[in-house]
Design a protein around this ligand. Structure first.
Ligand code: LMR
Length: 394
């Protein structure tokens, strides 16, 4: 049997992580995988998470199974964090998943069972693993224009033109905020126009929100998702707690299926439970429990929100420093987009050769499509990156 296995394409982001680790140079900068790092290059455990973990250790009395959808308290807390009061709670079915990737995977599984003919429209570019999972599952996908390589902002005209090809029942995958890999995001009036078009085309939106709180703040980052949930008859939402709670390895995520028609929630919930059972049975609980404790305790929640805000503003500061350093070195405003983008990532707009040059000559690691993780920088490495960008002729 094993002789039939084929080598699978390596994941570019994870490959880069490995290459960085193996690079013996002291002067190297990791702008690859989407993990937050503080000024000294550490990925800290957030204060509130550490406190919750201690409390959990003291109070947890069993490690027996939870439910197939995880702890209902986790769903309630996360539905509230993502959706606020945009929709009645009884219209939302939700199930915990192993990370945001698990939620994405379960959403695709639901789509395939509900409508095997559905095509999934994906932004060009999108997180490469979206495409990889869709391919693996044999689901047809259609890219829609999203990023203008010249202005490094959203190509909204192209996006709307391409989304006119959506057929009833097709799914349109959108990034809730902090678009990965470009950093370019829809504004509220663009969200409204997309909603209008999807309503007209009878399409189903699916939103991947993995960076809530990293862009313009917890509530502002969720405005698009909330509007979609409020206006569309149905929506699937895959939320990740990896980044905004800093619990990457705990694998904590939630899939939500929202339906205007509350009478559907029971079946939607049963479907989510069933799909969990088929794929992994019970979702991981540890991270979900920490998130629930943090969100439900006034003090812990305030401390978490404050620390998240520090993370967000430190990334904004780095963006501004990088943009102004590049303005100084290049004598032009052509890198101003770096200060406009939001979230962890920006797409620089360099060629794969230029990316390779920066890696070889300056020890700078970014994904081949020139996505850079802003959080991988600090005040000292910003000028090094800026110089390398200019030297590579970008
Ligand atoms: C990223 O895009 O770097 C992160 O979402 C990590 C991953 O799993 O790829």
């Amino acid at each position: 049997m094993f002789e039939n296995l084929k080598e699978q394409p390596a994941d570019k982001i994870l490959m880069l992580m490995q290459a960085y680790r193996e690079d013996p140079r002291e002067q190297k900068v990791d702008l690859g995988v989407g993990v937050y790092k503080d000024a000294s290059g550490n990925t800290p455990i957030m204060r509130a998470i550490k406190t919750a973990e201690k409390r959990l250790w003291e109070t947890e009395t069993t490690k027996s199974y939870t439910g197939l959808a995880g702890d209902p308290g986790f769903s309630d807390a996360m539905v509230n964090l993502v959706l606020g009061d945009s929709v009645p709670r009884e219209t939302v079915a939700a199930a915990a998943t192993p990370g945001g990737t698990g939620a994405v995977r379960q959403a695709f599984d639901l789509i395939r069972s509900a409508n095997p003919k559905a095509r999934v429209f994906v932004s060009d570019p999108t997180w490469p693993n979206h495409l990889s999972i869709l391919k693996h599952m044999g689901i047809e996908f259609v890219p829609y224009r999203y990023f203008d390589n010249e202005t490094r902002s959203v190509d909204f005209t192209g996006m709307i033109a391409d989304l006119h090809q959506v057929m009833p029942g097709d799914v349109v995958l959108l990034h809730g905020c902090c678009h990965n890999p470009t950093g370019a995001n829809l504004n509220l009036s663009q969200w409204k126009a997309v909603i209008e078009l999807l309503l007209e085309r009878e399409a189903v939106p699916m939103i991947d929100i993995a960076y809530q709180g990293f862009g313009d703040g917890l509530d502002t980052d969720a405005e698009g998702v909330r509007l979609v949930a409020e206006k569309m008859p149905e929506v699937l939402i895959a939320a990740s707690c990896s980044k905004n709670f800093g619990i990457y390895r705990e694998r904590t995520g939630l899939l939500m299926a929202v339906s205007k028609d509350a009478s559907r929630t029971k079946l939607n919930q049963q479907t989510l439970n069933y799909l969990n059972r088929q794929n992994f049975s019970f979702p991981p609980d540890h991270g979900a429990r920490l998130v629930t404790m943090v969100l439900n305790d006034e003090e812990l929640r305030a401390d978490w929100a404050a620390e998240l805000e520090e993370v967000r503003t430190s990334m904004l500061g780095l963006r501004e420093q990088l943009a102004s350093e590049l303005q100084r070195l290049s004598g032009s405003d052509r890198f101003g987009f770096l200060a406009q983008h939001r979230g962890m990532f920006s797409r620089l707009g360099a060629t794969p050769e230029q990316v390779e040059t920066m890696r070889k000559d300056s020890g700078i690691y970014m994904v081949g499509d020139s996505r850079l993780n802003i959080a991988g920088l600090n005040k000292t490495t910003v000028p090094i990156l800026a110089e390398a960008i200019i030297k590579a002729g970008i």
